[in-house]
Ligand binder design. Structure first.
Ligand code: ADP
Ligand code: 5GP
Length: 392
């Protein structure tokens, strides 16, 4: 039987249901917020992603819908209540870039999903140190040159930018690869995944379903790259309303005739599809300018000029040189550390280093300036190393 840690800032031990251990073998924590008790972990695989909720008002266990990425197996964890909205879950013996997770229990996103799904909902969001640069949302009518501009950016700065690979129900064009240009998907599969909350946004565009999965954005962030999303205006609006703080750029054609010429010369759509895309382009151009979503509007007349303007917006001119994100390699959390919470700071101390020696380093995890959250990463974690303590 693994370690059981109880952390009850608001609840009395008497309030606890006695069948807790019976229901959850293995490592787990039980954390009270208001009238709810969150039991985290205890699955056979030792993964803490398994969550159950005990509602003291009705005296019953509830199995909530658990959104967000599945956590890997863990040798135990510590749960720290940060607010009525979220619990910080610190994994023991995990790699340094995978030790801090947030279980959101009442954030605006969780509230919205609870209403939508009409059931109890919690959501996992992985904690990321530092502030990753904001993702970039690029929108504009079909044929305006979004893909061309994004390809140029990715080619010139391969280790800086990563493309968010969308899902779509449309058929692949010649040369398009599954998993690279899009995840080509059956409609019923995609609709099901949308219902299960796996998408950050989705929209019906030109008669097909398109959407950005949470995994698509997280895969780019996890690779330490800045995410680029090529999505339509409806999708941009949804992203703007989400916790993903992004830069929104709208691309316009110099004239409508030029847009039509580019669409035709690309030669990837039938005449009927071209007509549909051109009809939709009128509304998109109107919305792009007036929706209040886009802070930058670029006209793609001469390609090179537009590309330079795009780089200016992204701060890539003026001696920019590509740098990889700071390595976390030399940071090592000791196995079996202890945790203490002091307002918006979490102290991590003790445990054993990888050399088998007791650790005397004190780590301070500052959670005072968190950004983002489910669906997606929680950024802004600051980890300071203090010590070894004997030297202070
Ligand atoms: P989108 O991704 O917005 O649908 P594409 O990037 O596929 O558009 O561009 C549509 C077509 O227009 C392509 O054939 C591309 O080579 C061409 N194109 C893109 N930008 C320009 C430009 N500034 N001038 C002329 N042709 C362009
Ligand atoms: P295409 O079929 O030409 O690749 O894309 C058609 C339109 O769908 C483009 O305007 C493109 O920006 C948009 N689109 C592509 N992926 C997504 C997505 O994930 N979500 C939304 N909302 N739109 C998308």
């Amino acid at each position: 039987m693994g370690e059981v840690q109880n952390f009850f800032p608001e609840a009395q031990q008497d309030d606890l249901p006695t069948d807790l251990d019976l229901e959850f073998g293995g490592c787990q924590t039980t954390t009270a917020i208001g009238h709810k008790l969150y039991a985290i972990g205890g699955s056979d695989a030792g993964s803490p992603s398994c969550v159950r909720v005990f509602d003291k008002l009705i005296g019953k266990w509830i199995t909530p819908t658990v959104l967000g990425a599945n956590l890997g197996p863990s040798k135990g964890h510590y749960a720290v209540v940060l607010s009525t909205e979220r619990i910080l879950v610190l994994m023991r013996d995990s790699p340094p870039d995978d030790f801090a997770w947030f279980l959101e229990v009442d954030t605006p996103f969780v509230k919205e999903q609870r209403k939508r799904l009409e059931t109890e909902v919690v959501a996992w969001s992985k904690g990321v140190r530092g502030n990753c640069p904001k993702p970039i949302v690029i929108s504009g009518p079909s044929g305006v040159g979004k893909g061309t501009l994004i390809s140029k950016l990715m080619k010139e700065f391969p280790s800086t930018f990563g493309f968010s690979v969308s899902h779509t129900t449309r058929s692949p064009r010649v040369g398009e690869k599954d998993g690279v240009h899009y995840h080509f998907t059956e409609r019923h599969t995609m609709e099901n995944d949308i219902r299960e909350g796996k998408f950050l946004e989705s929209a019906a565009v030109h008669g097909n379903l398109y959407g950005t999965s949470i995994d698509a954005v997280e895969a780019v962030t996890d690779a330490g790259k800045r995410c680029i999303l090529d999505i339509d205006v409806q999708g941009a609006k949804s992203v703007k309303a989400s916790s993903l703080e992004a830069i929104f750029i709208f691309i316009c054609p110099p004239t409508f005739e030029e847009l039509e010429k580019r669409l035709r010369e690309r030669g990837t759509e039938t005449e009927e599809q071209i007509q549909k895309r051109l009809r939709n382009a009128k509304a998109e151009l109107e919305q792009g300018r007036s929706s209040g979503v886009f802070e930058h509007v670029l006209v793609n007349d001469d390609l090179e000029t537009c590309y330079e303007n795009l780089k200016n917006i992204l701060g890539l001119n003026d001696g920019f040189c590509e740098v990889n994100p700071p390595a976390l390699k030399n940071f090592e959390l000791p196995a079996g550390y202890l945790v203490l919470q002091l307002e918006q700071k979490v102290l991590i101390y003790g445990g054993t280093t990888s050399l088998g020696k007791p650790s005397s380093v004190l780590y301070i995890l500052d959670v005072s300036t968190l950004k983002g959250g489910a669906p997606g990463r929680t950024r802004g974690l600051k980890l300071h190393e203090v010590g070894p303590l004997a030297d202070i």
